[in-house]
Ligand binder design. Sequence first.
Ligand code: FPP
Length: 239
Amino acid sequence: MAIFSKKTKTEDAKFEVLPTHLGIIMDGNGRWAKKRGLPRSAGHKAGANVFRTISDECANLGIKYVTFYAFSTENWKRPKEEVDALMSLFKDYLLEAKADMVKAGNNKIKFIGERDGISAELLKLMDEAEEETASHTGTTVYLAVNYGGRQEIVSAVNALIKEGKEEINEKDISDNIYTYPECDLIIRPSGEQRLSNFLLWQAAYSEFWYSDVLWPDFKKEDLYKALSDFESRNRRFGA
Ligand code: FPP
């Protein structure tokens, strides 16, 4: 009997259609830690390792841009201990990348978000990582840190006002936000189905893919599931 089912591609499979820009909301770290009786910081630490695996895999697959939501403008409201733990994970990752640029591969590292509020030490590491990987030609890995989609649009409009613009169009905004490849697919694990102020402008025609898996448990196979599903979507862009 023929079974017509959507197949999930495996590691060696080539995808015919890949998102040019993939967005990932790394959610569920807190719940993952709670289930194990661990502090939330342990969930973020496990999540940071998954970030490494998944960003490498996006590069292997040849995805051009991938944006990870790592810290929102609202996340400052979390307990200081948790905020410090997250900042320390960003620092560790950047120190690692600095010490071993080979490991960073051909990826370009970029940050999107407000610089205000981030320590001078971390800002320096962020700038260095951007500079050192600027000539790389592989996947651009955007890390959204102190990022909010509304704030991104407001900053763009303020920049245009400063330029003396009296009337603006969509292209003006697109040219003045942090990153403007349209986002083709947004992955959100952990069972939540909302955008949470992520890539508001770029997500106008994004496809969404949700999963109940908590981010620290997210595997390459989950990425393949999302990409296999994306391949089968019929995107009409309003036409
Ligand atoms: C949301 O889950 C996750 C965050 C606020 C932080 C995401 C950051 C990381 C995974 C670390 C990234 C590290 C590097 C090096 C890029 P949550 O804590 O709100 O989970 P919950 O909803 O289960 O409480």
